[in-house]
Design a protein around this ligand. Structure first.
Ligand code: FMN
Length: 217
């Protein structure tokens, strides 16, 4: 597969933490497969919450919050073929800075925004991977995050193609998680554009066989 581009968003403020380890492993796998990866820390770009767009927008109808969100969205997220999100779980949900990445789309996708058409079409059709780091291992803890990202993908005609939850608390501790999340993250980076991503409707024409017969593992 020809080299594609991945924008990897790290949502932890810890530069040397578990999310950034997951991001580095994903980037390694992707680079080995010939893809290019840009790894960015969300809080280098996003420092302001969504406000009331009606009063906040400038006269030209663009966002007036004075941070680098617009740059993150327009120069990095939109042009990428895929987006990987490496994030800690905070209080059983997304860290606020990552939630903001989604919330603030409302301004850029609103019909009055001068770039809305480009933003909406740029968001469409991407592949997403979700790499979570958490202290606890309960499955239920990630459900809210997976649900949000998965519905966001459906809404934007994108696909959530991979997800993992690495367990660890101290910086770098996930490297000792026996489930091998760093190996998994490398594999996800490598296979980002090959992973199966289906979301059928009742009338979707399809074969009853999922995998070709020669594939056994
Ligand atoms: C504000 C905050 C909230 C947290 N909430 C949870 C939680 O709800 N469940 C959990 O398992 N771990 C929780 N943790 C632990 C982190 O998810 C865990 O340490 C993770 O590995 C940190 O990733 P990082 O090194 O990329 O920051 C929390 C940590 C912080 C700082």
């Amino acid at each position: 597969m020809a080299g594609k581009s991945i924008c990897c968003l790290v949502a932890s403020p810890r530069r040397d933490g578990n999310s950034s380890l997951l991001a580095a492993a994903l980037a390694e796998g992707a680079a080995a497969a010939g893809h290019s990866v840009e790894t960015l820390f969300v809080d280098d770009f996003v420092t302001g919450f969504l406000r009331d767009c009606r009063t906040c927008r400038g006269a030209d109808k663009t966002c007036s919050i004075d941070d680098r969100y617009g740059e993150l969205l327009q120069r990095h997220i939109l042009p990428a073929d895929a987006v990987a999100i490496a994030t800690p779980i905070y209080w059983y949900g997304l860290p606020a800075q990552l939630k903001c990445v989604f919330d603030r789309l409302v301004c850029y996708t609103s019909r009055s925004h001068p770039e809305a058409e480009r933003v909406v079409s740029g968001l469409g059709g991407k592949r997403y991977a979700l790499l979570l780091a958490s202290e606890e291992s309960s499955y239920g803890m990630s459900v809210g995050i997976v649900q949000q990202v998965s519905d966001f993908c459906r809404y934007t005609h994108a696909a959530l193609v991979a997800m993992l939850n690495a367990v660890g608390n101290r910086r770098g501790e996930i490297a000792r998680d026996p489930s091998g999340p760093l190996v998994q993250a490398r594999r996800i980076g490598r296979d980002m554009f090959a992973l199966r991503a289906t979301d059928y409707r009742i009338d979707t024409p399809r074969s009853s066989t999922v995998w070709p017969r020669e594939v056994t593992s």
